[in-house]
Design a protein around this ligand. Structure first.
Ligand SMILES: [Zn+2]
Length: 77
């Protein structure tokens, strides 16, 4: 899930807090984990291994937040 997809899902209120079932309002510290591997023939391979983001509910009375590698799990259609 790209950073833009996360932004869009939050803007469209499609990310749902598992605690209060309201829409997640914020995220923080998005990081994409990229491993670069150079082999013996000087070919640089860049392999995206994953991503991490902290999702923050932000709704009144709810303190839920979670650092996750699977932000898609919180998106509802
Ligand atoms: Zn919540």
């Amino acid at each position: 899930m790209s950073l833009q997809a996360i932004k869009d899902a939050i803007a469209n209120k499609k990310m749902i807090c598992p605690k209060c079932k309201g829409s997640i309002q914020q995220f923080d510290k998005y990081a994409n984990t990229i491993d670069a591997v150079r082999d013996g023939f000087n070919v640089l391979e860049i392999d995206s291994r994953g991503e991490r983001v902290t999702l923050i509910c932000g709704n009144e009375g709810c303190s839920w937040k979670e650092r996750t590698e699977y932000p898609m799990e919180f998106v509802e259609d």
